[in-house]
Design a binder for this molecule. Structure first.
Ligand code: GAL
Length: 753
C-alpha cells in the first residue's frame, strides 16, 4: 500500500507541472456562425467530431483515445458533462479520476483538437437517471425540466459552476482553450409537449440562462425546433441530411450521428455497417451539413452503477470506431478515416458556397450536388472557377447505376455516394471499403484472462495466471444490520435507498393459522403473493428460502408461497438495474413497487400487506462492509470454496489473478457468474448478468443497403449479451487500468470480488 501511495503522489506532481507550462493551447480565437457553418477564427469550417464521454474511460486511456480520434480525422471531441458524477452529494463535488473534466479538456486542447461540451445538465445518454443526481428528487417542490423555480435554481447553479470552471481554467477558444461549442438541455423537444406552456417557457429560460453565463462561444440545443434565435437547433439521428434548422441564419449541425446503438441485458448487440454510416455522412455534407459528431466514436464502459436504464448493460461499446477496450474497430475506423480525408479535400469548395450547391438530377434515384468556388466574391457566382467539388449519390437500395456527370461516366454502387474533390476524380465511394478488417482474438495472456466462475471447473491449466482458489462469504437473506428500520406501509424504493445501492430489502412477518394450512391441504390451493407493479428485479424469500423472482419494468408479480403454520418471515429484495434515463417526469418515476402487495388464496380470502409493518434494509451487508476494498478484504471471514461446489445465490466470491505480460487490454469473462457486480482492486467495474439474447432476430448476412434502424444487422442472437468485462490494464501503453500498475517486470496480483 505504501508503495502505491508513493507512486500516486508522484503522478499528481507530474501532472501539475505538465499543465503549468501549457495553459494556452491555441492562439486565442473567436467562434461564431452563419447559415452555412461554424466560423472559427474568421473561417467557415466543415467539422468532424468524435464523441467520447470522459467517465466512460479511465484517465489513463484518454490520451490514446484522443490521439486515435485525431489520427482518424476528427477535428474535435464532443462530450456530455455528467452532473451526478460531479455532484454525488449536494454541494460536495467530485472532479477527480474519471471525473477530472479539466484534465480531459486540457488533453483535448494539447492534442490540437477542439471540444464541444454538452452541459445539459440532463444528458439522457443511457446514463443513470439521465445524469441527474438522485438527491435532486428531494429538493422541495421540484419538477424536472420545466418552468419550476427549484429546478431552475439547481440547474443554473450547476451549469454556471461548469462554465465558471472552464473560464477559470482558460479553456474557451477566446482564452486559448479548445472549447468552441456548448449545449444546453438535450432533446427537450421530445418531451416538451408534456409540459404545455411551462415547457415552452422553460426552453426560453434555459436559452437565456445559458447565454447569460458569458462563455463567449455558441450554444446548441439538439432536437429543439423552437430553439430561440440565439441558439442553434441541431439534429440527432441515424440520418440528418434532410435537416433544416429553424432559421436561415443557423448552420446545419448534426450533434448525434448514431453510428451504432446501445444494448440491454438479455438483448441483441446492435451493429451498424460502416458503408451505411459513411453514406449517411457523405449525404449530410453533400446536402449542406457542416458539423457531424459520431455518437459514439468511443463508447466505453458504464463503470460501477453508472449505466442507465432500466437494464442497460455495462459495456457502452456502441459498435463505435474505437471499441470499448480502446482498440480500433476495423474496417469502421479506417473506412471513416478515408471518408474524412475525402471530405477535407472538398472543404475549400464546401465553405465557399453561400447558398445551396448546384443540384443535378442524374437519374431516377441518382443525383449530384456540386460546390463551385469562384475567384473573388463568391456571393454572385461569377468569375473564374478556381475549385469544384461534387458528390454523386445513388440512393437506389438495390441497383448500381451508371451516370454521366460533366461529360464523364461513373458507376455508382447501390446506396452509395462518390466524392469527387475536383469534380472529376472519385476520391472515395462510401460502399467501397478499402480499410483493413480486424478480427479480435481472445488470447490467453493477451486480451483476456479467462476467470472461471463457480459452477465451472476451477482449474484451468492453460491459464497459468488465474488463481485456482476462490473464497466465498454468504450474504445474509433479509435484515443484516443496525441500519434497518421498521414503519407501517410501503415506502418507495428510491426514497429509502437514495440510490446508494441497487438493493432494498422489504421484510414483514405473516401469521398463518392451522385453518389456513388445512384449507390449502384440502383444496390444493396455494397461497400466492401478488404485487401490482414492480421494476426492475424482485426476489422473494420465505423463511430464508427463495420462493421466486421477477424481472421487468412495471410488471405484475405473482408467486405461490410455501408458508408454515405460525409466523413466517417474508423478505422481498427489490433491485434496480440502472435508473430511468429518458422521458418526461423523471422525478416521479421511482423504483421498486407500486400499488398493493397482498397474499391471496387464504381461507378467508386475501390479506393486504400494503399497510403492514415492514422492515427496511438498504443494500447488502458485504457492500456496506466494503468487502471488495483492498484494505478490508483480508479481515473478512472468507472461506475456501470447495472445488466441486456449485454456485449459489447471494454469495461473494473473490480470487487473485496476475495481469498477463504485454500491453494488450485484459478482460474478464464473468459469463458463469449469474447476476451481480464485480470489483477489481477495489474498483467497481460494473454490473454483470448472464442473460441471453433471443435466438431470433439476427440476419445471416447484414446488408448495408437501405435505411438503417437499431434492429437491423443485430448480432449475438442466442448468446449472453455481455460476458466480457474490463478487468485490468497497463497504464503506460495508453490502455485502461483500474489500479496503480505493477512495477516494471513484476506481476501485480489483482483482486476480483
Ligand atoms: C439520444 C440522446 C442520447 C442517447 C441516444 C441513444 O436521443 O440524446 O443521449 O441517449 O439517444 O444512445
Amino acid at each position: 500500500m505504501l508503495g502505491s501511495r508513493a507512486l500516486l503522489a508522484c503522478l499528481v506532481i507530474a501532472s501539475v507541472a505538465y499543465f503549468a507550462v501549457s495553459a494556452e493551447f491555441f492562439k486565442p480565437f473567436n467562434v461564431s456562425y452563419d447559415h452555412r457553418a461554424l466560423i472559427i477564427d474568421g473561417k467557415r469550417r466543415m467539422l468532424i467530431s468524435a464523441g467520447i464521454h470522459y467517465p466512460r474511460a479511465t484517465p489513463e486511456m484518454w490520451p490514446d483515445l484522443i490521439a486515435k480520434s485525431k489520427e482518424g480525422g476528427a477535428d474535435m471531441i464532443q462530450s456530455y458533462v455528467f452532473w451526478n458524477g460531479h455532484e454525488p452529494i449536494r454541494g460536495q463535488y467530485n472532479f477527480e479520476g474519471r471525473y477530472d473534466i479539466v484534465k480531459f479538456v486540457k488533453l483535448v486542447g494539447s492534442s490540437g483538437l477542439y471540444l464541444h461540451l454538452r452541459i445539459g445538465p440532463y444528458v439522457c445518454a443511457e446514463w443513470n437517471f439521465g445524469g441527474f443526481p438522485v438527491w435532486l428528487r428531494d429538493v422541495p417542490g421540484i419538477e424536472f425540466r420545466t418552468n419550476n423555480a427549484p429546478f431552475k435554481e439547481e440547474m443554473h447553479r450547476f451549469v454556471k459552476m461548469i462554465v465558471d470552471l472552464m473560464l477559470d481554467e482558460m479553456l474557451f477558444s477566446w482564452q486559448g482553450g479548445p472549447i468552441i461549442l456548448l449545449q444546453i438541455e438535450n432533446e427537450y423537444g421530445n418531451i416538451e409537449s408534456s409540459y404545455g406552456q411551462r415547457g415552452k417557457d422553460y426552453v426560453k429560460w434555459a436559452a437565456s440562462m445559458a447565454i447569460g453565463l458569458g462563455a463567449g462561444v455558441p450554444w446548441v440545443m439538439c432536437k429543439q425546433t423552437d430553439a430561440p434565435e440565439n441558439i442553434i437547433d441541431a439534429c440527432n439521428g441515424f440520418y440528418c441530411d434532410g435537416f433544416k434548422p429553424n432559421s436561415y441564419r443557423k448552420p446545419v449541425l448534426w450533434t448525434e450521428d448514431w453510428n451504432g446503438w446501445f444494448a440491454s441485458w438479455g438483448g441483441r448487440v446492435p451493429h451498424r455497417p460502416v458503408e451505411d454510416i459513411a453514406f449517411a455522412i457523405a449525404r449530410f455534407f453533400e446536402r449542406g451539413g457542416s458539423y457531424q459528431n459520431y455518437y459514439m466514436y468511443f463508447g466505453g464502459t458504464n463503470f460501477g452503477r453508472t449505466s442507465g436504464g432500466p437494464f442497460y448493460i455495462t459495456s457502452y461499446d456502441y459498435d463505435a470506431p474505437i471499441d470499448e477496450y480502446g482498440l480500433l474497430s476495423q474496417p469502421k475506423w479506417g473506412h471513416l478515416k478515408d471518408l474524412h480525408a475525402a471530405i477535407k479535400l472538398c472543404e475549400p469548395a464546401l465553405v465557399a458556397v453561400d447558398d445551396s450547391p448546384q443540384y443535378i438530377k442524374l437519374g431516377p434515384k441518382q443525383e449530384a450536388h456540386v460546390y463551385h468556388q469562384y475567384e473573388g466574391l463568391h456571393l454572385n457566382q461569377s468569375g473564374k472557377e478556381i475549385r469544384c467539388s461534387a458528390f454523386l449519390a445513388n440512393i437506389d437500395e438495390r441497383k448500381a447505376a451508371t451516370v454521366k456527370f460533366f461529360g464523364r461516366v461513373y458507376t455508382l454502387p447501390p446506396w452509395s455516394v462518390s466524392i469527387l474533390p475536383d469534380c472529376k476524380n472519385v476520391a472515395f465511394n462510401t460502399a467501397k471499403v478499402g480499410a483493413q478488417t480486424s478480427i479480435k482474438s481472445l488470447g490467453y495472456g493477451s486480451l483476456s484472462s479467462n476467470i472461471m466462475g463457480p459452477g465451472q471447473p476451477l482449474h484451468h491449466d492453460e491459464v497459468s495466471f488465474v488463481s485456482k482458489a476462490w473464497k466465498t462469504i454468504k450474504e445474509p437473506i433479509g435484515a443484516w444490520g443496525e441500519r434497518n428500520f421498521t414503519v407501517q406501509g410501503l415506502l418507495e424504493h428510491l426514497n429509502v435507498t437514495k440510490d446508494t445501492s441497487d438493493y432494498l430489502w422489504y421484510i414483514t412477518r405473516i401469521n398463518m393459522s392451522d385453518d389456513d394450512i388445512s384449507y390449502w391441504e384440502n383444496t390444493g390451493i396455494n397461497p400466492t403473493l401478488s404485487i401490482n407493479s414492480m421494476r426492475d428485479v424482485v426476489r422473494i424469500f420465505v423463511n430464508g428460502q427463495h420462493a421466486g423472482s421477477t424481472v421487468g419494468h412495471w410488471v405484475q408479480v405473482v408467486h405461490p408461497l410455501n408458508l408454515s403454520q405460525g409466523y413466517n418471515e417474508l423478505a422481498i429484495l427489490s433491485q434496480t438495474v440502472g435508473l430511468q434515463n429518458s422521458g418526461a417526469f423523471l422525478e416521479k418515476d421511482g423504483a421498486g413497487f407500486k400499488g398493493q402487495i397482498k397474499l391471496t388464496g387464504l381461507k378467508n380470502g386475501e390479506m393486504d400487506l400494503t399497510n403492514s409493518f415492514w422492515t427496511y434494509q438498504v443494500g447488502l451487508k458485504g457492500e456496506f462492509m466494503k468487502l471488495y476494498a483492498l484494505e478490508n478484504t483480508e479481515q473478512a471471514d472468507w472461506i475456501e470454496l470447495p472445488p466441486e461446489s456449485s454456485s449459489s445465490m447471494f454469495t461473494w466470491y473473490k480470487t487473485y489473478f496476475d495481469v498477463p505480460d504485454g500491453v494488450d487490454p485484459v478482460a474478464l469473462d464473468l459469463g458463469t457468474m449469474g447476476k451481480g457486480q464485480a470489483w477489481v482492486n477495489g474498483h467497481n467495474i460494473g454490473r454483470h448478468w448472464s442473460l441471453v439474447a433471443p435466438k431470433e432476430g439476427c440476419q445471416n448476412t447484414c446488408d448495408y443497403r437501405g435505411t438503417y434502424n437499431e434492429r437491423k444487422c443485430a448480432t449475438n442472437c442466442g448468446k449472453p449479451t455481455q460476458n466480457w468485462m474490463i478487468g485490468s490494464g497497463h497504464e503506460a501503453n495508453g490502455i485502461y487500468h483500474l489500479d496503480v500498475p505493477p512495477s516494471r517486470g513484476l506481476h501485480q496480483s489483482n483482486l476480483l470480488v
